[in-house]
Design a protein around this ligand. Structure first.
Ligand code: ACO
Length: 364
């Protein structure tokens, strides 16, 4: 394709690079479907493992292998430990490049890499506390319970339900930055852990995976002052953004915010009342100030409330997003392998005209 200024789309916004049968947000209807199934019909009814299976295999029922690996690194940051440890999995388990293996082998590596990622996150979060007895881990009936047992020892049923709801609703979201990264790495024929490691790095930025931690201070301020409207006005009067509101894709309400709000209410999350008051005040104020532009609640707002309810400290929230999105990455890596086409966009060169080394500063 000719590389002209006419074909330049900053940030690739709206550019269609793939056909995908996995999921794509329905921006006007505010719906998100995994392989055609609305997430409203999944959260609370189908566990994370079945959602992984739906996204990867287009069927329920597959089980992820039990994995209790420790991360190779211990940096004090769960996300960093996971990202740094992932590439070592390929030589440790003999995973060859996607280019050299069958689809069946790739699917097995994806399941193993997902389980290892969850185990790394849980073990890193546990830190120096004494190890949980193996019998307790073996007795955990679901992937989410196994994760929480490795991390905390004995999770409550409410914690299990909260994390399951969050992981299901955040499992996949079309061509977001980390999924796109996973596909780019997969398109080079690299091994599965390399694809995951790239995706985790892409997700680490505040514009993608770091927002929920920034929502909590607003809720805490609302609880302290009891005046949600004043909190909202203060933020907007300072020309700051209300974290957890607005979205690049959705113009209607983010469907993930809707299901997580419902789950928070059903679980009687202690912060539900303050969060709901803050949300209402924010939407009222935004509609008044920006009648031209619909700005609705996004997933990060209610993700912060549900993760906080489950006892996830703010610095660990990005790693929880990583665990959830392993499902979407796995499905896309397999789809990309089957497609077998290198992703290689172009740039319009706008640098120096041709020149000799003598014309470069510092020569000689
Ligand atoms: N609070 C206040 N004003 C906002 C907000 C907000 N949360 N979101 C958008 N606006 C305003 C902007 O100030 C801008 O105003 P202007 O036209 O006067 O300059 C206008 O709406 C358009 O803003 P853009 O950044 O161009 O809108 P876009 O749709 O591209 O941005 C984004 C989406 C980045 C998520 C934005 O809404 C935002 O910064 N929200 C707060 C951060 C946040 O919640 N991030 C998590 C997103 S969800 C996810 O990543 C999974």
């Amino acid at each position: 394709m000719a590389t002209t200024n006419d074909s330049f789309v900053p940030g690739l916004e709206g550019v269609v690079a793939f056909h995908s049968a996995i999921a794509e947000p329905d921006k006007d209807g505010g719906a998100l479907r995994y392989r055609g199934v609305n997430i409203d019909d999944l959260v609370g009814r189908v566990g994370f493992e079945d959602v992984w299976s739906l996204l990867v295999d287009d069927a329920f029922g597959a089980r992820l292998p039990v994995d209790i690996s420790f991360p190779a690194f211990s940096s004090g940051d769960v996300r960093v430990d996971v990202q740094a440890s992932l590439p070592l999995l390929a030589p440790a388990r003999g995973f060859g490049p996607l280019l050299d293996i069958t689809d069946e082998q790739a699917r097995d590596h994806l399941a193993q890499t997902t389980s290892a990622t969850l185990a790394y996150a849980a073990r890193s979060a546990r830190g120096d506390r004494p190890e949980v007895p193996q019998s307790m881990i073996d007795g955990a009936p679901t992937v989410v319970e196994r994760f929480l047992t490795m991390w905390l020892g004995e999770p409550t049923p409410e914690q299990v339900r909260a994390i399951d709801a969050y992981w299901v609703s955040a499992a996949e979201h079309g061509m977001n930055a980390s999924t796109f990264t996973a596909r780019v790495v997969a398109s080079t024929g690299a091994d599965v852990p390399a694809c995951f490691a790239g995706a985790v790095g892409s997700m680490s930025g505040p514009l993608h995976g770091g927002a929920p931690a920034r929502v909590l201070p607003m809720i805490e301020q609302t609880e302290r002052t009891g005046d949600a409207a004043a909190v909202v006005k203060g933020i907007l009067d300072r020309h700051e953004r209300l974290m957890g509101f607005g979205h690049r894709v959705y113009r209607a309400e983010d469907p993930r915010a809707r299901v997580l709000r419902r789950t928070c209410q059903e679980l009687n999350a202690p912060r539900y009342e303050a969060a709901a008051a803050l949300e209402q005040a924010a939407l009222t104020e935004l509609r008044e100030r920006r009648p031209d532009r619909p700005i609705e609640t996004n997933v990060e707002f209610w993700a912060a409330v549900i993760l906080d309810f489950a006892g996830v400290p703010a610095p660990m929230m990005p790693a929880m997003f990583t665990c959830a999105r392993t499902a979407g990455w796995s499905a896309h890596i397999l789809e990309q392998k089957r497609l077998g086409r290198l992703v290689r966009p172009a740039a319009v060169y706008n640098g120096h005209p041709p020149r000799t080394p003598e014309n470069v500063v510092g020569f000689g």
